[in-house]
Write a protein that binds this ligand. Structure first.
Ligand code: URP
Ligand code: ZN
Ligand code: ZN
Length: 472
């Protein structure tokens, strides 16, 4: 059914203007003043911004990790994402050494099928490079539309890849049109520091942060950036948490290297003292890289403002406190790493960023949606408000004041990392390809309506492949 969104203020990465939008067949069909259309349902967006739907480039839904599985799956995770104003997620598909990558991709399709309420895609982990892997990558790009590849420089003996793997992935990505993503921490040094801490009986959650200092993130970020320059390739550094890493990204960009950086809300508003909470509550804030001393926050905000960092991911990887985080009582190395962030990503950036004058409204749209669409082969089908684009839209009331809490959130876990935080602004209604998923703050979608999206190669647009949004 056609829809007319009337009286809203449309915001893109470059413009803010009053306009009506006509939605037809899931796409934006017209943008203008006083639009009318026979048979269209009228939606009043008075007082609301109309943003392109948020794109979360970094989620781990139902992911096996640390002897357990992250609690939010493709159903609860995408419902929570939609409540927060996100209409597309790109999840990390983990591979296993010695096994065909396609079997991991099939596993990820199986767990997302019939569950997602918004559109989604996958990044693929590269844990090793050998002839089998090199043979599979071109088909993964062409058939699966997976065009971004993740290399872990940390989690020794679990996910960590060596520098040869990273370098050869960069070379291959350059040849084939992929974007290499890195978890940049020096896993070998962390392994040594961790063993030393445990030997000394330093087992509380705070030692998770103290054994992964900013220097190990800065070192790995600089190494990955240098290797990218050498390979003349392209790199996206996920979850940047500290000034040490920001400096390395900024330096690489000054040299003309094609290096991009993502931060996450948790690093912008929380700090290392959270890991010192009594009664093991610090475990709720154990993720990697860890929360940092407060002075790093200003550096991250400035980097978002001046463009040294370009995107915001959630790094959603949620575990209950009871029964999951508790696995690490008496040994911080056994606390599953990750937090519930997917729902509050957009809200926190708006409230702390736009309303506090740290970034502009248009930068906010760029950081939460447009730039991510461009980097990950979704633009201009997603990530903007334009004729022909998917009608993935958020009607956002910038005046609402509310308090974040596990009592009211929609994630499946028993705590919220931002509990008690007051924020201004809220997604009131959210549409995915023209259909309401959230309407007047109520979930009205249904599992399985979210579609798997095949993405374009790095640097290419998705327009030519507009019909290739497929259901898997
Ligand atoms: O602690 C985190 N970030 N867990 C998820 C996996 C990762 O490193 O991104
Ligand atoms: Zn990571
Ligand atoms: Zn992650």
């Amino acid at each position: 059914m056609k829809k007319l969104i009337k009286n809203g203020t449309v915001v893109t990465a470059s413009e803010t203007y009053e306009a009506d939008l006509l939605i037809e067949d899931g796409k934006i069909a017209a943008i203008g003043s006083n639009l009318s259309a026979n048979g269209a349902e009228t939606v009043d967006a008075k007082g609301c911004y109309v943003f392109p739907g948020g794109i979360d480039p970094h989620t781990h839904l139902e992911m096996p990790f640390g002897g357990t599985v992250s609690k939010d799956d493709f159903e609860s995770g995408t419902i929570a994402a939609a409540y927060g104003g996100t209409t597309t997620v790109i999840d990390f598909c983990l591979t296993k050494k010695g096994e065909p990558m396609q079997s991991s991709i099939d596993e990820w399709h199986a767990k997302s099928k019939d569950k997602a309420v918004i559109d989604y895609g996958f990044h693929l982990m590269i844990g090793e490079i050998n002839d089998d892997v090199l043979q599979e990558i071109p088909r993964v790009i062409s058939d699966e539309g997976i065009t971004s590849f993740k290399v872990f420089m940390a989690y020794k003996n679990v996910f960590q890849a060596d520098d040869e793997t990273l370098f050869r992935t960069l070379v291959t990505a350059k040849e084939l049109g992929g974007l290499v993503m890195v978890h940049a921490e020096n896993g070998d040094v962390i392994d040594y520091l961790t063993k030393q801490a445990i030997e000394k009986g330093q087992t509380d959650p705070i030692y998770h942060a103290l054994t992964r200092p900013p220097e190990v993130e800065g070192e790995a970020t600089g190494r990955a950036a240098q290797l990218t320059g050498l390979a003349d390739s392209q790199l996206y550094v996920v979850h940047v948490s500290c000034s040490d890493a920001v400096e390395k990204i900024a330096e690489a960009r000054r040299k003309g290297f094609d290096v991009w950086g993502e931060t996450c809300p948790q690093y912008l508003v929380l700090d290392q003292t959270a890991l010192e909470k009594p009664n093991f509550e610090g475990a709720k804030y154990v993720w990697s890289p860890p929360l940092r001393e407060k002075h790093h926050q200003d550096v991250l905000w400035n980097a978002l403002k001046n463009g040294d960092l370009q995107t915001l991911g959630s790094d959603q990887c949620s575990f209950d406190f009871k029964g999951q985080k508790e696995l690490g009582r008496g040994d911080f190395t056994k606390i599953p790493n990750g937090g519930p962030i997917i729902e509050d990503r957009v809200s926190i950036l708006y409230s702390e960023g736009v309303t506090k004058g740290r970034i502009s409204l248009n930068q906010f749209v760029d950081i939460t949606s447009t730039r991510i669409a461009k980097l990950f082969g979704l633009y201009p089908q997603k990530g903007t408000v334009a004729i022909g684009a998917d009608a993935d839209l958020v009607l956002f009331d910038p005046t609402v004041e509310r308090t974040i809490s596990a009592d009211t959130h929609h994630m499946a876990v028993d705590y919220n990392a931002f509990e008690g935080m007051k924020v201004t602004g809220e997604a009131v209604s959210v549409l995915s390809r023209g259909e309401f998923v959230i309407r007047d703050k109520q979930f009205v979608g249904s599992p399985g309506t979210g579609k798997y999206v095949k993405r374009a190669k790095y640097g290419q647009t998705l327009t030519a492949n507009a019909d290739e949004v497929i259901s898997k």
